[in-house]
Ligand binder design. Structure first.
Ligand code: GUN
Length: 167
């Protein structure tokens, strides 16, 4: 677990409300005005932002959603499973990693408004990835799922939602 503390220190990672640790690495100076963004956003947003994201195997990234597509990039560590519940209730999962023979991919984009959660595939390890969004990230667009209301909305995914939510 020394590797984990080293990554946290080296990149000044902070705790993320969804679980794991993050650090914003890029925020474009340019802004997209409210008038162009449409009803999904309140106020202006930067063109684009990027973060480092570190998840450890002893926890999970809880179901949450944002208002823009989010591109994940694999950097280091164990493969990570991204669980997605689409707005129509369909479920899909995708493994980010470097074992392409096994179907892992180094890059995956979660589409806007999907509920998504993630967990590291190997015990006693971690995954270090990047996440890029455009329009740029704002916590106003970030919603952590409430377990009971998400189960009410998608009862067929009850077990998965119960396991990967905290509130
Ligand atoms: N900045 C702070 N939190 C996040 C996040 O969850 N995703 C992205 N892309 N940027 C962030």
């Amino acid at each position: 677990m020394g590797d984990i503390q080293q990554l946290i220190n080296r990149f000044d990672l902070q705790k993320h409300p969804e679980g794991g640790y993050f650090k914003e690495t890029y925020r474009s100076k340019g802004e997209i005005p409210d008038s162009v963004l449409g009803d999904d956003f309140e106020g202006s947003r930067n063109y684009c932002t990027g973060i480092y994201f570190l998840l450890t195997s002893d926890t999970f990234s809880a179901f949450h959603r944002i208002q823009q597509d989010e591109m994940w990039h694999f950097y280091q560590g164990s493969p990570i499973t991204i669980h997605i519940i689409h707005p129509n209730g369909d479920y899909s999962k995708h493994i980010l990693g470097l074992n392409f023979e096994k179907g892992e991919v180094p890059q995956f984009t979660v589409l806007k408004k999907c509920w998504f959660a993630a967990e590291v595939n190997v015990p006693n390890s971690y995954t270090f990835v990047g996440c890029t969004v455009s329009p740029g990230f704002d916590f106003k667009d970030f919603e952590l799922a409430n377990r009971n209301s998400l189960i009410q909305q998608f009862p067929r995914h009850k077990e998965l939602i119960a396991r990967l939510t905290r509130i």
